[in-house]
Write a protein that binds this ligand. Sequence first.
Ligand SMILES: [Zn+2]
Ligand SMILES: [Zn+2]
Length: 376
Amino acid sequence: MSWKTLSRILIGLAIPCVGVEGHPNDSGHKSREIVFPDIDGYHTMSTDLHIHTAFSDGSVWPDIRVKEGLRDQLDAIAITDHLEYQPHQDDIPHPDRNRAYEVAAAEVEEEELIVINGSEITRSMPPGHANAVFLDDANPLLKDDVREVFQEAESQGAFIFWNHPSWLNQADDGIPPFSDMHRDLIEDGLLHGIEVVNSKRYSKKALRIALDHDLTIMGTSDVHGLIDWDYDVHEGGHRPVTLVFAKDHSKEALKKALFDGRTVVWKDDLLVGRKEYLVPLIEESLQVTGASYIEDSSVLEFEIQNTTGHRFILQNASEYSLHHHAAVLTLEPYSKITLSLKTLDRLDRVQMPFTVANAVIAPETHARITLESSID
Ligand SMILES: [Zn+2]
Ligand SMILES: [Zn+2]
């Protein structure tokens, strides 16, 4: 059990049925926390690694970003103000490009929320915008030659990803303009990830680029205003996040996992990730909480609990037809569903394969999972 799961249980015990904003669960309790279960061998860390403040073109002071991150129970945020674009500089002079990070990091203990020093390299296409995160010192990145900026970030051990590659201002057909410069940056080890999701946008071409070039799949809010207003958190919405599968709950393990490509992105009702991480994440998220036959019949009641805030759209991929549902069904956040399977023979054990219509492992390719249980 992760410390976040434990803290959620403890909070639930201490103040049951308090009307926190977000999704309703079984008890009528609502929560906005972005918490997914751990998978075999890894801690699941929820992160938002693209965030702006008033130190570039954002509307809020860095402490608000920390408070938003704590409300969402994120494990890590990166402050990534633009290096080259500072529209508030007449009012807020800030020659030190590390300052927004320092103000945010001073707000919180690392055990509560990891705050990462980052910068958004803000250039025309190519290469467009890119985030360098886990910087030691952002100031040496102020260079004219864009390749030298990437090299400086890499020399500090930064993880670097291509931002909003389908942004219309830099891609007027909405298709990421993959260029020779991007190819060179990847081949030279200067570009490690790509935003498949940026704020409200999902790009399947970006997912294709990630899979073809072994880039880490990223999803971020790129928030400039307030998370609550941009994502209608009071109505159950949530910011896009990158779920990162780390060996332990530390900054170093998080960074290693990003370099190793161990991520899944969660945006609205969509999960996107490599099969080897997305399938186990879903199988951990959906727990079989009951499997027994109705009296002497061969109709099996199969109860599934959704332990997450994701709304799953499942398609029955088994040989069994269902007694009460059509083949496609929705499993609401933090809720249970009981399926009645016509197994014809009475079984000791059941395996139920599903296609998850709103979980993507490649363009137009959906995750396929199997839920398994012995039968009472
Ligand atoms: Zn940008
Ligand atoms: Zn940005």
